[in-house]
Design a protein around this ligand. Structure first.
Ligand code: HEM
Length: 464
C-alpha cells in the first residue's frame, strides 16, 4: 500500500498559496500528485490534512462519515468559531450535531420551498426595481441584497419595521467587513485581528457584533414571550422545536444558529447567482436558449414548475460546477487505520473532498473550463461527481433553498429586464472569506425591459 504523496514546499508557503491563490495551489498539486495529496494548509489543526479528488474515494468517505471508521467532527472547524459562534451546528460533534440537525432541517426540506417562493419572487422584483436604465451596478452586491432579504424573511421571519431595516444594514456591514478579499485573509490568521480601538478592523467588527447581537437577542426574547403558532419562519419553528429528550434551544444557541444560517446561506447563494448572471450574459447562445425556455413558462403561476425547467436547472448546475462557491467539503476524520484507493490512511488524519478539483476533472467534464450547461442534460452525474453542496452527514442544509433561490431569481429577472454585461475581460475568482467570488463584483447595467415584457405588452391589448 502507498503512503499519501506530499509536497516538500514549507507549510507556511503552502498556507500562503492556499490563502492567496487557492485554485493555483490545487491545480499544481493535482498535476504533481493526482487523485489524493497531503496539504499543509491549516494554521490551527496539527493533524495531516488530505485532499481527495476522486469521486470513488469521496463516495467512500461521505457514505461512512458517521461510523467507527470515519467521523465528521465539528471541533476541527475552529476558524469558523469567531464567525458563527461556539454553539453553531458547524462546530458540533457526533450525537449533538445529529440532534441539532434534526431540529434545524425540517424548514429546509424540499417540500417547504413552496412556501418561500412568493417571498423570493417579490424580493427579486423589489431589488430589480431599484436599477435605473444605463446606470451600472455590481451584480454581486445586488444579489447579496436579495439573498440577505430572503434569509431575513425565510429564516428570521422579518420583513418590515425599524428592527428589520437596522438588522439588514448592520448585518451586511458586519459580513462585508470580514469578507473583502483583503480582510478575509484574517480568517486564516486570527492572531492578526488586533483590537486597537474603534477605528481598527477588530474594533469595528466588535462594535457591529454588539449592535447586531442586541437586535437579535431582542427579537428572540420578544418571540419567546409571544409565541405565534401561525408563523412558519425558521426562527419560529426553532423556538418551538424540542429534541428527543424534550430540550429546546437556549437563546445563545438560537442566536448562533441564526448567524450560521445567515452567513452560510446568503454569501454563498449571492456569489453563485452573480456567476450565473455573468455566464448567461457572456455567452449569447446560452442566453438565447434560456430565454426561449423561459418564454414558454413566462405566465405560469406555478413557481415550483418554473424552478424545475431543465435548461434553467442545467445553467445553475453548470454555474455551481465551474465555480463551486465552496472549494472543499468540511473535514472528516479517520478513526481507524484503513485504505482508500490503495492509499494508507491513519487515525487522526483529516480528509476533505476537493469539490473544485472533482468539478474540473477532464475525465468527467471535458473542456472543464468551458461553460456548457448541456453537460447536465446529456449525462447524469452521481452525487460524488457533482457535489457543490458536499454530502454525508454534513451535507449543506440549505441546498434546496439555494437551488430554488437561484432558479427563481434568475428567471424572474431575465423575464422582466434586459441587462448588459459591462466587463470586457474575463472575470476571475478571488477569495472572499471561506468562499471564492468574482473579482470586482461584476458590473452590469439595465438596458431596457426584457423582450418578454415588451412582447407581453404588445400582445395584451388584442387579447383584451
Ligand atoms: C449556492 C449556495 C450554497 C453552497 C454552494 C453551499 C455549500 C455548502 C457546502 C459545500 C457545505 C459543506 C458540506 C459537507 O461538508 O459535506 C455546506 C454546509 C452548510 N451549509 Fe451550505 N451552501 C449553500 C447555501 C446554503 C444556504 C442557503 C444555507 C442555509 C440557509 C446553508 C447552510 C449550511 C449549513 C448550516 C452547513 C453546515 C452543515 C453541518 O455542519 O451539518 N448553505 N454548504
Amino acid at each position: 500500500m502507498a503512503s499519501i504523496p506530499r509536497s516538500n514546499t514549507p507549510a507556511l508557503v503552502q498556507l500562503l498559496q492556499w490563502v492567496f491563490n487557492p485554485l493555483g495551489y490545487m491545480r499544481t498539486n493535482f498535476q504533481r500528485f493526482g487523485d489524493c495529496f497531503q496539504a499543509e494548509i491549516s494554521p490551527v489543526n496539527p493533524e495531516p490534512l488530505i485532499l481527495l479528488n476522486h469521486p470513488e474515494a469521496i463516495q467512500y468517505v461521505l457514505t461512512h462519515d458517521s461510523t467507527k471508521e470515519i467521523t465528521s467532527p465539528g471541533d476541527v472547524n475552529i476558524l469558523a468559531k469567531p464567525i458563527f459562534g461556539e454553539n453553531s451546528l458547524i462546530l458540533l460533534n457526533g450525537k449533538q450535531h445529529r440532534r441539532r440537525r434534526q431540529l434545524i432541517m425540517p424548514p429546509f426540506h424540499g417540500e417547504r420551498m413552496k412556501a418561500y417562493g412568493d417571498s423570493i419572487y417579490t424580493i427579486a422584483r423589489e431589488v430589480m426595481a431599484t436599477w435605473e436604465i444605463g446606470k451600472p451596478f455590481y451584480v454581486r452586491d445586488a444579489m447579496q441584497q436579495i439573498t440577505m432579504r430572503v434569509i431575513l424573511q425565510v429564516v428570521f421571519g422579518l420583513h418590515e419595521g425599524e428592527r428589520y431595516r437596522r438588522l439588514e444594514r448592520l448585518l451586511a456591514e458586519r459580513l462585508n467587513l470580514i469578507t473583502t478579499p483583503v480582510t478575509s485573509i484574517l480568517v486564516f490568521f486570527p492572531q492578526l485581528m488586533l483590537d486597537l480601538g474603534s477605528w481598527s478592523l477588530a474594533g469595528k467588527v466588535r462594535r457591529l457584533i454588539q449592535e447586531t447581537d442586541d437586535l437579535l437577542y431582542a427579537e428572540i426574547r420578544e418571540r419567546r414571550a409571544e409565541p405565534n403558532p401561525e408563523r412558519k419562519d425558521v426562527l419560529s419553528l426553532l423556538l418551538s422545536a424540542r429534541d428527543e429528550e424534550g430540550q429546546g434551544l437556549t437563546d445563545a444557541q438560537l442566536h448562533d444558529e441564526l448567524i450560521t444560517l445567515l452567513v452560510a446561506g446568503h454569501e454563498t447563494t449571492a456569489t453563485a447567482l452573480a456567476w450565473a448572471f455573468y455566464w448567461v450574459h457572456r455567452l449569447p447562445e446560452v442566453r438565447h436558449k434560456l430565454m426561449a425556455e423561459l418564454a414558454a413558462y413566462r405566465d405560469t403561476p406555478d413557481l415550483m414548475a418554473l424552478a424545475r425547467l431543465p435548461y434553467l436547472t442545467a445553467v445553475c448546475n453548470e454555474t455551481l460546477r465551474i465555480h463551486p462557491v465552496a472549494l472543499v467539503t468540511l473535514p472528516r476524520r479517520v478513526e481507524k487505520s484503513m485504505q482508500i484507493q490503495g492509499y494508507d490512511l491513519q487515525p487522526g488524519m483529516l480528509l476533505m473532498g476537493c469539490i473544485y478539483l472533482v468539478h474540473h476533472r477532464e475525465d468527467l467534464y471535458p473542456d472543464s473550463h468551458n461553460f456548457r450547461p448541456e453537460r447536465f442534460i446529456e449525462r447524469n452525474y452521481s452525487p460524488y461527481e457533482f457535489l457543490p453542496f458536499g454530502g454525508g452527514v454534513r451535507r449543506c442544509i440549505g441546498a434546496a433553498l439555494a437551488m430554488y433561490e437561484m432558479t427563481l431569481v434568475l428567471s424572474t429577472i431575465l423575464n422582466e429586464c434586459e441587462l448588459e454585461l459591462l466587463e470586457t475581460q474575463e472575470v476571475k475568482p478571488v477569495r472572499r472569506g471561506g468562499t471564492l467570488a468574482p473579482s470586482g463584483g461584476i458590473r452590469m447595467c439595465k438596458v431596457g425591459e426584457s423582450p418578454h415584457q415588451v412582447s407581453a405588452r404588445t400582445v395584451a391589448p388584442t387579447a383584451v
